[in-house]
Design a binder for this molecule. Structure first.
Ligand SMILES: NC(=O)c1ccc[n+]([C@@H]2O[C@H](COP(=O)([O-])OP(=O)(O)OC[C@H]3O[C@@H](n4cnc5c(N)ncnc54)[C@H](O)[C@@H]3O)[C@@H](O)[C@H]2O)c1
Length: 345
């Protein structure tokens, strides 16, 4: 087990890469612990936490709602949770985001931690203290920043992940390399077959590197006023594509990354050879996707981005592989780019 410490203003997290769900008792007072999970993780791994009282919500983004939150508060009451209780999410980013928010608000805040069972949760969602639910048709509109006390990244559980979920996580791994680490990019490029075969030693290295990168960024800019914006690389257009096409999150973000790479070339910050190299890696991993969406709807979705500030939005461009910057661009400028990307000019 490899440990990474994240220290921030809303709390400190100890992140354990390679620790298993079965060892939760090492990190909590077992008599004061309640598990939150979803129905799929419950049916696959419920026996791993059968000793704890648990709360089960439905799987999938449609359950990231106030209704789930109300249900969780009711169950916490029923189970006699108090200020000394710890809520532990076992599952992917959905249950960790909801558990973090529920725990941060129940009795004005109880302790919480995560046992992450998806690649996306291990390399991204469980690190950094963003918690919340969707609202009014938009993702993550209501929430708070608060760091989980601990995160267990259970690599063995990744073997049962459906392929599209695995690819979604890989997209975030590649994103971390694009914006911050040429070394990680080279490591991924040299280990494609092992990555696709979910080799545990390779996964340990990938998860560890991504946790180091993300926790470093979060420690320098927890509330996303600067450097943390870089983590949105590919996501501005990716989220719009996802909401318009219903495409799987990971592939939509990959389409967004391909678009952002092309825009980086058009703006002169990335050269063609670097762009080709980046896109070739996405292709080898089965992550290459182009935007196929109605440009009008895409533009509308872009304008609804919650990270928009007035008529502009922070857009992340690559300067090379492993280097990125963000700049404020007018949404109208992005609209023109969308027309180009969708082949309308
Ligand atoms: N807080 C953050 O910083 C942050 C960052 C990125 C994403 N997110 C959020 O994370 C969520 C997406 O996370 P996710 O991709 O983990 O999705 P998820 O939690 O919905 O999990 C995906 C699916 O995999 C199933 N699953 C989980 N573990 C499994 C396993 N080991 N084997 C088989 N199936 C398993 C789940 O039941 C679910 O059906 C979104 O709600 C997103 O907004 C948050």
């Amino acid at each position: 087990v490899i440990t990474v410490e994240l220290k921030a203003s809303t709390g400190n997290s100890s992140i354990y890469v390679g620790e298993s769900v079965e060892n939760i008792a090492k990190y909590v007072d077992p008599g004061k612990t309640i598990i939150l999970t979803d129905d799929i993780v419950m049916s696959l791994y419920g026996q791993s936490f059968a000793d704890y009282p648990h709360i089960v919500i439905g799987h999938g983004e449609k359950n990231k709602t106030f209704n789930s939150l109300t249900y969780i508060y009711e169950k916490l009451f029923e189970l006699g949770a108090d200020r000394k209780s710890t809520l532990v999410a076992v599952g992917g980013g959905l249950v960790s985001d909801v558990a973090g928010f529920a725990a941060s608000t129940f009795l004005r805040g109880i302790r919480f931690g995560y046992a992450a069972t998806t690649l996306l949760a291990q390399v991204d969602a469980s690190v950094g203290g963003k918690t919340g639910i969707n609202f009014g048709g938009f993702k993550n509109m209501i929430g708070v920043f608060r760091q989980p006390e601990f995160v267990l990244c259970d690599l063995a559980k990744l073997s049962s992940l459906p392929e599209t979920e695995y690819l979604s996580g890989l997209g975030e791994v590649v994103k971390h390399s694009f914006i911050k680490s040429r070394e990680l990019f080279d490591y991924i490029s040299a280990n494609i077959d092992k990555i696709l075969a979910r080799d545990m030693a390779v996964l340990e290295r990938l998860v560890h590197e991504c946790v180091l990168i993300k926790s470093g960024v979060v420690m320098r800019d927890e509330k996303e006023n600067g450097e943390r914006r870089l983590l949105n690389f590919g996501h501005t257009i990716g989220h719009a594509v996802e909401s318009v096409t219903g495409m799987a999150h990971g592939l939509a973000v990959s389409a967004g990354m391909v678009a952002a790479i092309n825009i980086s070339v058009a703006k002169g910050s990335l050269n063609e050879a670097q762009a080709d190299e980046a896109i070739a890696l996405l292709k080898k991993l089965g992550l290459y996707a182009e935007i196929q969406a109605d440009p009008g709807k895409l533009k509308k979705a872009l304008f609804m981005d919650k990270k928009r500030e007035g008529s502009s939005i922070h857009f992340v461009l690559l300067d090379g592989i492993g280097e990125a910057h963000y700049r404020s661009v007018e949404v109208s400028e992005l609209e023109g780019i969308i027309d180009d990307l969708c082949g309308n000019s």
